[in-house]
Each structure stands twice: as C-alpha cells, then as structure tokens.
Design a protein around this ligand. Structure first.
Ligand SMILES: Nc1ncnc2c1ncn2[C@@H]1O[C@H](COP(=O)(O)OP(=O)(O)OP(=O)(O)O)[C@@H](O)[C@H]1O
Ligand SMILES: [Mg+2]
Length: 360
C-alpha cells in the first residue's frame, strides 16, 4: 500500500512509536490502519490512491484481539473495486463490518480546522457524531438525498422546466421531509457535543494546565440561545418562509448543512484568538475526549492514531500531553520524526520507518 513494502507488524498493547524522516511512510502506516477500521482514508476520497504506484492492487488486514476474541478484518483494493472480508467471509450488510474496531485519528491537518471552512468542521463533527452514534450515518445520508432533490427542484423551477403549481407541491413534500431530518441531525450533533464538552474541558486542562477553558459551541439558525432545537413543524415553516429566497438562489439556505461548530478558548473563537500551540492542544484535547466518550459508549477504548508528534507544544505541554495519554486506556500508534518528542517511558515499543520499511 502506497510506499509501504509488504509488512507484518505485531504491535504492543499500549504505545507503538514510529520514528522516521519526512516521506518515509509514517502517515501511510496510520492511513492503512485507519482504512482497515473505517473503509475510508483520512487523506483521500479515492481509496485506489492507496495502491502503490505501478502496482495493481493493495491488500490490508488486521487481526484484532478483544476480550480474547480474535477477528480478522481485510480490505483488498484494486482499480474500481474494494473487497471487504470479516473472518475470511464477505460481509453483508456492510454495517456488520463496523463497530468491533474503532479508531480515532489526529493528523496535523486537524490543526487547520478552527480557522478552516465551516464545511470542513461539519464533516469533522459528523465523523465524531457517527462514531458516537452509528445510526447518524443513515440520517445524514437521508438528509443529503432530500436536500439534493429539493435543490434540483429549485433549479428546475429557475429554468422554467417545472410549473409554479408543481414546484409548490413538490417543495411542500420535501420541506416536510427535510424538516424532520433536520431536527434529528441537529439533535444528534448536539448530543455528541454535549457529551464531548465536559471531557474536552478536562482533557484541555490536563494537557495545558493553564486555567483556560476549551469549548465547542454549535452554531445554527435553528437552535435558540438556550440550545433548544426548533421542532420539525417550525423548521418546515421557516423553509416555507424562505422559499422565495431559495428559489432565487436555487439552493436551500437554511438547515444543518449550513451550521457550524466553533472551537473556543475561554469563550472566544479559537480560530481567531488562539496561538498555534493552543490550537494544537485544543484539537488534541478534542481527540482524546472523543476516545473517552467512545470508550464509554461502546464499552472499549478505540485505538488512537497520533500522526506527527512534533515540538510544536512547549516541553511542559508536551510532557502533560503524554502524562494525559498515559492516564487513558487503549492502544496508541504514534509517529514522529524524533523519538525524543514522545515523552513516554513505559509500555512503549519503538520502530524505525525508512523507505516504507519498518525496522524494529
Ligand atoms: N500510491 C503511492 N504509491 C507509492 N508511494 C506513494 C503513494 N502515495 C504516496 N506515496 C509516497 O509515500 C511516501 C511517504 O509518505 P508519508 O506521507 O507516509 O510520509 P511521512 O513519513 O508521513 O512523512 P512526513 O514526516 O513528511 O509526514 C511519499 O514519498 C509519497 O510520495
Ligand atoms: Mg506524515
């Protein structure tokens, strides 16, 4: 897969530290683990990108041991095809593949989120909500479908393909469906955030020990100042009120697809006010908080993939981070360019990674 040579790895139960120079395959290794667990990559939307240049296929697999039960997860990638097996057999429905093997990944790209686009933050939030409540995925894809259909009606109305009465009738149907799904989506996101919130505060203070508080606030035109989500009937009404505007812009202007989650430091928008190191601490705190709440929700701690631990945190903060990680249960895969950045003295195995090969 990518630049990784065929390899077999028997990782330790706790900390596995991969040390290597730039471009040696550190992120590729974490991507491989992430892909086996989620059937997606955190770097690309096209899984075939993972096939090594010049090769015709990539094969990934993991033996996962949990409560003395062994399960084998396998993914074979070829151009235009993805084959998935669980314990050697095809998986139907595919949802059976998920749930037994959860991962949380932190990559340097996550640092851009507080300053990035709302769309990126929504996707980030939704990944968390989905891991927390697997039913969220179906909800989100139903919403997407209805939204797309509604938007295409708005477009066809604009092009004069559909008559006024027809448009009214169709929109009435889609508004009802969209409103129903919208309240459910916002509620699910809020459930996730309100469970995450206290853990985020705790993790941030464990990592920084500054007395500043980290937070994540959901921003939506469909949530009032007390955090109460508008019921479906109200959303439907608001969609009806906004119909002329939506017809003019040929797109749906109101809904969870326009919402945002703002990361905060002491009540101020972190994207505008936090330092680089503070942003890193906030995002790391978010990820470790996610580990905690997923561990609680599913009864076992997910695997943490921590890419590119660097010297961006000051030595004290770096020490607190590892102190905090050591206090959590679960397996971690950590990559770095210098092993001295990883301040763990116990339960660790170090590997060198060089030109796609892992040397122990
Ligand atoms: N499909 C592919 N086939 C072969 N090699 C690939 C493929 N995709 C990426 N590579 C190569 O993999 C190499 C290692 O990439 P990777 O991102 O894992 O490095 P890294 O060790 O994480 O480096 P850094 O410290 O810079 O983050 C790069 O040289 C890249 O060109
Ligand atoms: Mg990398």
């Amino acid at each position: 897969m990518r630049n990784l040579r065929p390899l077999q790895l028997q990782p330790r139960e706790r900390f596995n530290v991969f040390v290597g120079d730039n471009g040696q395959g550190k992120t590729n290794l974490l991507e491989a683990i992430y892909t086996i667990a989620t059937l997606r990559s955190f770097r690309t939307a096209k899984l075939t990108d993972l096939i090594a240049f010049g090769a015709t296929e990539a094969r990934l697999g993991a033996r996962v041991v949990k409560d003395e039960l062994v399960r084998v997860y396998e993914v074979d990638l070829a151009p235009g095809s993805r084959k998935v097996r669980l314990d050697g057999k095809a998986v139907r429905p595919l949802s059976r593949y998920f749930g037994g093997f959860n991962v949380v990944v932190f990559t340097p790209e996550d640092l851009a989120l507080p300053r990035g686009s709302p769309g990126d933050r929504r996707r980030f939030l939704d990944r968390g909500a989905f891991n927390f409540e697997p039913g969220f995925l179906a909800l989100a894809s139903d919403y997407e479908k209805v939204l797309r259909t509604r938007n295409s009606v708005l477009k066809q109305a604009g092009q004069g393909v559909l008559g006024g009465k027809q448009v009214e009738e169709l929109l009435a149907v889609y508004d009802t469906q969209l409103a129903q799904l919208a309240t459910q989506i916002i509620s699910a996101r809020q459930r996730f955030l309100s469970t995450l919130g206290p853990e985020l505060v705790k993790a941030f203070s464990a990592i920084t020990r500054t007395g500043l508080a980290a937070g994540a606030r959901y921003v939506s035109k469909l949530v009032d100042e007390r955090g109460v989500v508008a019921p479906a009937v109200i959303i439907e009404e608001r969609l009806r009120e906004g119909r002329a505007r939506d017809l003019a812009s040929q797109s749906t202007q109101l809904g969870p697809h326009r919402d945002d989650v703002v990361l905060e430091l002491d009540g101020r928008e972190a994207g505008s006010f936090a330092s680089q190191g503070q942003l890193r601490a906030i995002m790391l705190a978010w990820k470790t908080a996610e580990l905690e709440i997923l561990g609680r929700a599913h009864g076992d701690q997910p695997i943490l993939l921590l890419d590119d631990v660097s010297s961006e945190l000051d030595p004290a903060r770096n020490e607190y981070l590892f102190h905090h990680l050591a206090s959590l249960a679960g397996q971690c895969f950590i990559t770095t360019t210098a092993s001295t950045h990883v301040l763990l003295s116990r339960d660790r195995a170090d590997y060198r990674i060089q030109a796609g090969q892992i040397l122990q």
